[in-house]
Design a protein around this ligand. Structure first.
Ligand code: S3P
Length: 163
């Protein structure tokens, strides 16, 4: 069985769905943000602050290249990974891609003012612009788009139904 990959914007519920799928299907979970933090031994905000966003994107590409050769994992992606078209061939090779989208209003409710994510520092207008820019790029690589605006339980049920 190839991997099941969860992508989407910050706050779309990727980590929660990935945990639910991992439990329901008995498949091990890899979270790209967590994996990068573990390997680097420092927080994402620290990587951005010290080495810049481009370096973080390079780490993401190296990781997805590596993961595309594995099988049988639930892979939860950091929000920018599927927004980078250079990663699309690796994502396609890695398995089935589920895109979560909870809409811009709900996104803002969930992530505005979040201090742990470096890309929320630009405020509401910046988040809206980034969301709008990324949406078609995410959609171009996804096998299915699931509305994740309601409960995590509903999102999990929709994902299992599709799979
Ligand atoms: C990012 C999303 C974050 C993390 C980093 C950059 C992005 O992951 O990878 O802060 O570019 O959207 P989450 O989507 O899990 O918050």
């Amino acid at each position: 069985m190839k991997n099941i990959i969860i992508c989407g914007f910050m706050g779309s519920g990727k980590t929660t769905l990935a945990k639910g799928l991992s439990e329901a299907l008995g498949m091990p979970l890899i979270d790209t943000d967590e994996e990068i933090v573990k390997r680097q031994g420092r927080a994402i905000s620290e990587i951005f602050a010290t080495d810049g966003e481009a370096y973080f994107r390079h780490l993401e590409t190296e990781l997805i290249k590596e993961l595309s050769e594995k099988e049988g994992y639930i892979i939860s992606l950091g929000g920018g990974l599927a927004a980078n078209e250079a990663n699309h061939p690796y994502l396609k090779a890695a398995g089935t891609l589920i895109l979560l989208d909870c809409g811009i209003e709900e996104t803002l409710r969930r992530i505005s003012g979040d201090k742990t994510r470096p890309l929320t520092a630009g405020g509401k207008e910046d988040i809206i612009a980034r969301y709008n820019y990324r949406k078609p790029i995410y959609e171009s690589v996804a096998d299915i788009v699931i509305d994740s605006a309601s409960s995590p339980k509903k999102t999990l049920a929709l994902a299992l139904e599709f799979l």
